[in-house]
Write a protein that binds this ligand. Structure first.
Ligand SMILES: Nc1nc2c(ncn2[C@@H]2O[C@H](COP(=O)(O)OP(=O)(O)OP(=O)(O)O)[C@@H](O)[C@H]2O)c(=O)[nH]1
Ligand SMILES: [Mg+2]
Ligand SMILES: [Zn+2]
Length: 342
């Protein structure tokens, strides 16, 4: 086939499902299964759900993903990798979904409700360039929805909070204000929070499988096991499996954005390296003492900052290991080269 001919067959598709080594992609015209070209695999790039990719269509079998388009936004988590790499445990940034406008932080209004968890998701959403919205589900089970909403809203100045019930339809009108055509919304949160139920409610039919929760602690059973992009009237929703926990990585911006009032206080401390323990002119301690900053929020902020710092060190250690391995290899190659020269 001529160069021209090949070019004509290159199209942009969106990744809607990721399987072990195959990708389901979709555009206005159709859906295709794809694999990666050798060069993408060599570069270690992995498309995620929501990615825009360049495809060479193959009418006879799997098509080929040639290129991942630059991501507008992304939601990531730290990936511990599970095995040791040299002397440090591997720690990498793992993108979960891409090109999302909103992250709906799906949290149930039962005993699984956690402000701390909402803060983590909000920080990672902001860090990746998306807008977090705390979506409090199962309002039908909660005796005081307003109080819980207020609690979530008090977490962060800019955080939008909407409580809903997929069972009664409560709050759905408010939620619908986000559903503008062309918008992509990722549903993230713990297992059992009602992510897939929300998708089904919005679709008016069962698209995703849902599952019951444990009675003793209201936790879910990890019913959804893959990420999937679903189009509903021009709005793209990404359903995801519930995460067990969400660590911080590359989250400076998101933490500062979520706790902007605290970041402001920190910048007002007399010493730029203030530890906020005993230094004079500490704006944080002053705010804690006069009650404008709650001990709970300060603890949350400090914890996330510390974790993010830890991730940074682990990530850098890993980079250093890779650099050292490369250097060793280059030196060995050089020695070898010199040996054969003689
Ligand atoms: N009472 C009530 N129950 C709900 C509501 N939304 C979801 N549930 C129930 O919560 C349980 C878990 O719902 P799922 O939609 O499977 O939860 P999920 O977030 O998708 O969970 P994973 O796929 O495991 O991550 C199911 O039994 C749902 O019927 C709601 O608005 N009210
Ligand atoms: Mg689910
Ligand atoms: Zn201070």
């Amino acid at each position: 086939m001529s160069e021209e001919g090949i070019k004509e067959l290159n199209y942009i598709y969106r990744v809607v499902q990721v399987h072990r080594d195959r990708y389901l992609v979709r555009n206005e015209r159709k859906e295709l299964y794809c694999t990666l070209t050798g060069s993408i695999r060599y570069r270690g790039e992995c498309p995620v759900v929501g990615d825009d990719v360049e495809i060479t269509e193959n009418p006879y079998g799997d098509s080929l993903i040639r290129e991942i388009r630059p991501r507008r936004t992304v939601f990531c988590r730290p990936d511990r990798g599970g095995h040791a790499d040299g002397f440090a445990k591997t720690l990498q940034v793992q993108p979960l979904v891409a090109n999302i406008d909103y992250v709906f932080i799906i949290t149930s209004l039962n005993q699984d409700f956690s402000i701390n968890r909402i803060a983590r998701y909000a920080a990672m959403a902001v860090s990746g360039g998306a807008i977090p919205v705390a979506v409090l589900t199962k309002a039908d089970l909660c005796p005081d929805v307003e109080a819980m909403e207020a609690k979530a809203a008090a977490l962060s100045r800019g955080l939008e909070v909407v409580s809903i019930s997929s069972r009664t339809g409560y709050g759905m009108d408010r939620l619908r204000t986000y559903f503008r055509p062309g918008v992509t919304i990722a549903l993230l949160g713990s297992s059992g929070a009602g992510k897939s139920t929300l998708i089904n409610t919005l679709a008016g039919r069962e698209i995703m499988q849902t599952g019951g929760i444990r009675e003793e602690d209201s936790k879910g059973r990890h019913t959804t096991t893959h990420r999937e992009l679903i189009d509903l009237n021009g709005v793209s929703f990404i359903d995801t499996p519930g995460l067990r926990e969400l660590g911080m990585i590359d989250a400076e911006e998101g933490i500062a954005g979520t706790f902007s009032d605290i970041a402001e206080l920190v910048s007002r401390c007399a010493f730029s390296d203030c530890t906020h323990r005993s230094e004079p002119g500490c704006a944080v301690r002053e705010a804690l003492e006069n009650g404008t900053l709650s001990a709970e929020r300060w603890k949350m902020f400090s914890r996330l900052e510390k974790e993010n710092q830890w991730s940074k060190i682990r990530k850098n250690e890993k980079m250093m290991n890779i650099a050292m391995e490369r250097r060793k290899r280059d030196m060995a190659l050089q020695r070898h080269g010199r040996g054969t020269d003689r």
